[in-house]
Design a protein around this ligand. Structure first.
Ligand code: KIV
Length: 263
């Protein structure tokens, strides 16, 4: 069994070896993911791929705590990051109250919040009160309604400068790492170089300090849409459907159960 990562080993990995991060929402998949990942993110993307909603905005703190506990049961040796859902960190006080709830009611090692320089005060307050924070800059899924869609960032000089400012502010506030999502690869590369903490990309090219993917995307289980940055490592939906169809056919034909499945 590999050793569980710590804030120190995560920070030290920068420039040495890329970090592998996968999302998980339950014990079953978390157990399968543990051997192949450095950290597991209990992302609020669960609101889409687990709960079937069209975006992440209605995920609740209770759901995040419930799923973090489930993941922890399956991945007892993994560094776990719990996403703070929309509306749970609108002020320093609210963020701390909710992050404490996550830490007290689950074994999460860290929380993740979306935002850059605009969230630096909140990140600093959380870190100074014993909460380990992973930042999240670039395309922010929780801003999908206010921005009118999922917009790739880093396309203009203003956005490039903003991203570098965001990364530096998140680092200065005390975050131990950050996610950078949906950013032009050359800008993400510059952002990763501008800070000392690991910058983990999703849709941000290869020149960052690690990658994160949503498990249901990478396993081809989520069929609604496939973003450009997703590589499907298997066609999970077809495999599952084909297995279920075989089961259905065999039950109808009275081919299942056979003698070996019978007491
Ligand atoms: O919720 C999530 O899964 C995330 C990833 C997209 C990084 O935040």
């Amino acid at each position: 069994m590999s050793k569980k990562m710590t804030i120190t080993s995560i920070k030290k990995s920068k420039g040495v070896t890329p970090l592998v991060v996968i999302t998980a929402y339950d014990a079953l998949f978390a157990k399968l993911m543990e051997p192949s990942s450095d950290m597991i993110l209990v992302g609020d993307s669960l609101n889409m791929s687990f709960a079937g909603k069209s975006d992440t905005l209605s995920a609740t703190l209770e759901q995040m705590i419930y799923h973090t506990n489930a993941v922890a049961q399956g991945a007892k040796n993994s560094f776990l990051i719990c996403d703070m859902p929309f509306g749970t960190y609108i002020s320093k006080e609210k963020a701390l109250e909710n992050a404490i709830k996550v830490f007290q009611e689950s074994p999460a090692d860290a929380i993740k919040i979306e935002g850059g320089a605009d969230k630096a005060d909140i990140i600093k307050f959380l870190c100074s009160n014993g909460i380990a924070v992973c930042g999240h800059i670039g395309l922010l899924p929780q801003a999908v309604r206010s921005e009118g869609g999922y917009k790739v960032k880093g396309k203009t000089e203003t956005e490039r400068l903003q991203l570098i400012e965001d990364a530096k502010a998140v680092e200065a506030a005390g975050a131990f790492c950050m996610v950078i999502e949906g950013v032009k690869a050359e800008v993400a590369r510059e952002v990763a170089k501008s800070v000392e903490i690991p910058v983990i990309g999703i849709g941000a090219g290869k020149d960052v300090d690690g990658q994160v993917l949503v498990f249901s995307d990478m396993l081809g289980l989520f069929e609604e849409f496939t973003p450009k940055f997703v590589k499907k490592y298997m066609d999970g939906a077809s495999l599952v459907k084909s297995a279920l169809s075989s089961y259905s056919d065999e039950v109808k034909a009275k081919e299942f159960p056979q003698e070996i499945h019978t007491y």
